[in-house]
Write a protein that binds this ligand. Structure first.
Ligand SMILES: [Zn+2]
Length: 207
C-alpha cells in the first residue's frame, strides 16, 4: 500500500508540504482545487507532471500546450493541455514569469552527459518515476515536465538553448487551478546548472 508510505514521508511547515532537496513526490489534486508551488529560498526549479486521475494514459503535453499558447513563455492565463488536447491546469498566478516547458526531467543519463565528473543522481526523472509508480506510471510514460522557475533562454539568431540560474527569489510562487481530477508529480530539481549551483527544497500547497 503506497498511501501510508507517502504520508510517512510527507513533511509539513506552516501549512505547506515540503519536498526536500533532490527529491520528489506525487499526490492528487481535485478539479477546481488550486496547487501553489513555492520556491522558499530562491533559484530552485520544480518539475511538474500532471495525469488524468481517471485515465493515467492522458498526460500533460509540452507540444500541445506550446502549440496552442503560441509562445514558450507561459505565465498567468495560459493553460497546460494534455496529449488529448484537454485543459489540465490553468496558471492563475505567477510571480516569476520565467519557466521552461522544453527540456526533459534530469536523470542518470543527464548527469552522464553534462556532469561526467560528478556522482550521478537519478534526478527528477528517477524521483518522478518512484513517486508515480504507486499510481501505475511506468518510466517510459513520463513526458516533458513543466519546469517551474527553470530559466532556459533561447538565442534568437542561432536557436541555442542555455540553462541559467532561475530568476525566482525566496517566496516566489506559481499557482495552478486543476481543470480535471489530477495526479500530480512534483520535484525539487537535482541538476546543478538548473538551480544556480545549489540544491534547495520546494514547498507546495493545495487549497
Ligand atoms: Zn531536475
Amino acid at each position: 500500500m503506497a498511501l501510508p508510505v507517502r504520508l510517512y514521508r510527507r513533511k509539513w511547515v506552516n501549512g505547506v508540504s515540503v519536498i526536500p532537496e533532490r527529491s520528489g513526490t506525487a499526490f492528487r489534486v481535485a478539479r477546481g482545487q488550486r496547487l501553489t508551488v513555492i520556491d522558499p529560498r530562491g533559484q530552485q526549479v520544480a518539475d511538474l507532471l500532471a495525469f488524468n486521475a481517471d485515465d493515467m494514459a492522458e498526460v500533460i503535453s509540452s507540444g500541445r500546450t506550446l502549440d496552442y499558447a503560441e509562445t514558450i513563455r507561459l505565465t498567468t492565463g495560459h493553460i497546460l493541455y494534455s496529449n488529448r488536447s484537454q485543459p489540465m491546469l490553468e496558471i492563475v498566478e505567477d510571480s516569476v514569469g520565467r519557466h521552461d516547458f522544453l527540456l526533459t526531467p534530469c536523470s542518470y543519463d543527464t548527469f552522464h552527459h553534462f556532469y561526467p565528473d560528478l556522482p550521478p543522481h537519478r534526478g527528477c526523472f528517477g524521483n518522478l518515476a518512484a513517486a508515480l509508480e504507486p499510481y501505475g506510471v511506468t518510466p517510459d510514460a513520463i513526458p516533458i515536465a513543466f519546469n517551474c522557475f527553470m530559466n532556459v533562454p533561447i538565442d534568437p539568431d542561432t536557436g541555442k538553448l542555455s540553462v541559467l540560474p532561475p530568476t525566482s527569489k525566496a517566496g516566489d510562487r506559481i499557482v495552478f487551478r486543476a481543470a480535471i481530477d489530477l495526479v500530480i508529480g512534483l520535484t525539487a530539481c537535482s541538476a546543478p546548472a538548473s538551480n544556480g549551483g545549489s540544491f534547495k527544497p520546494i514547498h507546495y500547497r493545495i487549497d
